[in-house]
Design a binder for this molecule. Structure first.
Ligand code: T4K
Length: 443
């Protein structure tokens, strides 16, 4: 991937020879271009003009927070010469997160994937665990890594989260647990999943990688199930470069997890259980603390960006902006649209191709669905038959750039491009098809 301000082709467009390689150094040209993109399809980059953005606009551009505070903390940890192994910043971060969420235990980790793996192991999950396929691959891999079969279950088309009725249908005598994912930070049907878990004596975990700062019926995400995990990866709105955490109200589970994330050490020279290295470093915790302190700034920025998208995308036929329940706490870290090709006249992939040419690197999370990625594609070749909603949704979803690196003007520009593209869909479609035919990749 280029970071040099060149226009991008979409990942599967294969249109290398058509890349617009103009570096935008001429300010007159930029202004001219901005003014003319509105309603004039010939000024789109796919028709040969310069891209609308001189630098790539990413979906996951990290929020940085207070740089001076971060550097001061890094200086302190260097002075202390305490860099890892349950240092003071890690302890402070754990305490602040637990208070913020309202949960008894928070155990910081090096990332959310290891956090999931450790929870799964500490809860004694085995054989089969029900998970959505519409999630980041880490949710499924954390099970398969431990030779537990992820049983992919379909989702509700409105919430994008596990459909409890389908969960019941996926149960077998080998089922030991359910992992729900609060996709985009929108809560799962927590009550229904808890009831299924209770009545079938299953463990219930929530992958809350997207859901820090979100609530469900007034209770913060993090307080549900046997445990929940969070991600503080660079692309998350609160980040610790790399990082994650497990939160739980279960004292015994928390004790086990603390041991497991530190090789099973219960003191010097005393290993009392199997374990791995899941520790968060002090430098990560320093970033995490600063990020948490900027929480309100980040959420305001996400919320304003979301509102800006909502205003600017209104009325474009076939584009549905995924909505959030404004009566709950919400982090608005994902701006997601569903593209209805019958109404837009263009597929999600075609819209993405146009945007990538403009240097807007929109993403199609979670295409093609975990069940269509290895090793699951080979081991479960027919899984898709039971996942009709997932199969359709992965063709429709597009995630747009947001976060503190994206301005209101950027959003206006992005939405102008989308509006121009949709209102001129026949022309755009023909152009995209010509591009493909010209390089011999016509479907
Ligand atoms: N469960 C769920 C439901 C998740 O969504 C995730 C992670 C996990 C579990 C596992 O959490 P961790 O183990 O990672 O803590 C990205 C993130 O890497 C991943 O953390 C996240 N979900 C997922 C939804 O998005 P990719 O494969 O899209 O990453 P990548 O490298 O393409 O980056 C995304 C965009 O961000 C790019 O356009 C580039 C930009 N970027 C990225 C980084 C790292 C930057 O501008 N600066 C940066 O430093 O997965």
């Amino acid at each position: 991937m280029s970071y040099l301000g060149l226009a991008h082709d979409s990942p599967d467009s294969n249109c290398g020879s058509f890349k617009n390689k103009k570096l935008l150094t001429d300010p007159y040209h930029l202004t001219h271009r901005e003014n003319l993109v509105r309603d004039d399809p010939s000024r789109l980059a796919i028709f040969g003009d310069a891209p609308a953005f001189s630098e790539p606009l990413h979906v996951g551009r990290p929020n940085i927070g207070d740089r001076e505070r971060l550097l001061a903390r890094i200086n302190s940890l260097l002075d202390r010469r305490w860099l890892s192994n349950n240092g003071p910043y890690v302890q402070e971060l754990e305490q602040r997160l637990a208070e913020f969420i309202g949960v008894r235990h928070c155990i910081a980790m090096c990332n959310a994937t290891i956090a999931l793996e450790i929870v799964i192991r500490a809860l004694g999950l085995k054989d089969e665990v029900i998970v959505p396929s519409f999630t980041f691959i880490a949710t499924a891999h954390a099970l398969q890594w431990q030779e537990i079969t992820p049983v992919f279950c379909d989702i509700d088309p409105l919430t994008h989260n596990l459909d409890p009725e389908r969960v019941v249908q996926a149960l077998t005598p080998r089922t030991t647990g359910i992992i729900g994912v609060h996709v985009w930070g929108r809560p799962c049907n927590v009550e229904a999943l808890s009831e299924i878990a209770r009545s079938h004596r299953l463990k219930l975990v929530f992958d809350s990688a997207h859901a820090l700062g979100c609530s469900h019926k007034g209770t913060m995400i993090g307080c549900f199930g046997d445990a929940e995990i969070f991600s503080f990866h660079a692309t998350k709105f609160v980040n610790s470069f790399e990082g994650g955490a497990v939160v739980t109200n279960d004292d015994e589970l928390a004790r086990k997890i603390r041991l497991m994330k530190n090789f099973g050490f219960a003191g010097y020279d005393n290993v009392v259980s199997i374990g791995t290295n899941g520790k968060m470093s002090e430098v990560s915790a320093a970033m995490g603390l600063g990020s948490l302190e900027s929480f309100d700034v980040f959420i305001n920025s996400n919320r304003n960006n979301y509102d800006e998208y909502q205003r600017n995308l209104a009325g474009i036929p076939g584009l549905m902006l995924v909505s959030y329940d404004k009566s709950e706490n919400c982090n608005y870290q994902y701006v997601v649209v569903e593209v209805d090709e019958l109404k837009t006249g263009l597929s999600r992939n075609q819209l993405m191709e146009v945007l990538w040419a403009e240097n807007v690197l929109a993403r199609r999370y979670f295409y093609p669905g975990c069940h269509r990625m290895e090793p699951y594609r080979s081991t479960l070749p027919h899984a898709g038959r039971l996942l009709p909603v997932t199969e359709e949704l992965v063709q429709r979803v597009l995630v747009l750039p947001t976060g503190t690196a994206v301005s209101a003007d950027d959003i206006t520009k992005i939405c102008d491009i989308i509006r121009t593209v949709v209102s001129n869909h026949s022309l755009v479609r023909t152009k995209l098809e010509q591009r493909r035919t010209a390089i011999g990749t016509a479907p």
